[in-house]
Design a protein. Sequence first.
Length: 277
Amino acid sequence: MKHYPCILTIAGSDCSGGAGIQADIKTISALGAYAASAITAITVQNTCGVTGIHAVPPTYIQGQIQAVMTDIPPISVKIGMLNDAGTIRAIAESLHRFTPYYKYIVLDPVMVSTSGCKLIEDDAIEALTSLLMPLATLITPNLSEAEVLTGKRIATIPDMEKAAKELLAFGSQAVLVKGGHLNEAEMCDVLYIKGEDRSHLFSSPKIESRNTHGTGCTLSSAIATYLALGEPLEEAVRKAKAYVYQGILLGKDVHIGEGHGPLNHFFAPVPLKVNEE
């Protein structure tokens, strides 16, 4: 029996195509896997910012997840924008129900857009930490999100290491704190895996570009994809980081929109992988 490795992305829609579900599907497809989706919200946005958010009713979110799980079981689940507590509860219930159907969950706790728009309601943060983070293989907060979750200022790489270790208390198997906005010469992300006594640092040169819309969505989707393709967690993060770096590098001189444009997801597309059982 032949089948495609499937990744289910649960996230909001970005009508401009640079972030959210659209970025997830592009990433998963570019890396040679099959993308299925469950849309949590419809956003009105472009490269300049978000001007409206319309949440999908929780029963329809659960229906989308069930439809995929019972027909095209994913190996990995990527979770992105979750606007409210009702949405989070609906997803958590579905993931508990379909636990045998998937192996990995990568949770990107999206709270603020690249343009600075708040994307999550206050009561949703508590639901996120208590209901979804304990189910996650990996959570991928950026510096701002890690500061919200820890209640502490993060200004250095040692701060990131402390935050990553502290965030494990929410129950995930691993934490990746993204340091893209750190005031350093290089970009550095910090991975801390439960049960290990050290962190893993991933550094790369900073690229001067305004085309960074959707980088967080892209990174988390790439990690979920590489996990589904059989890579161990540290290597999945390493390969995903390299993919995002090349996507930014090879898209930095392209003009798309008047704000933060997207990276180049299809700089080197991989043919869709076919597995045999």
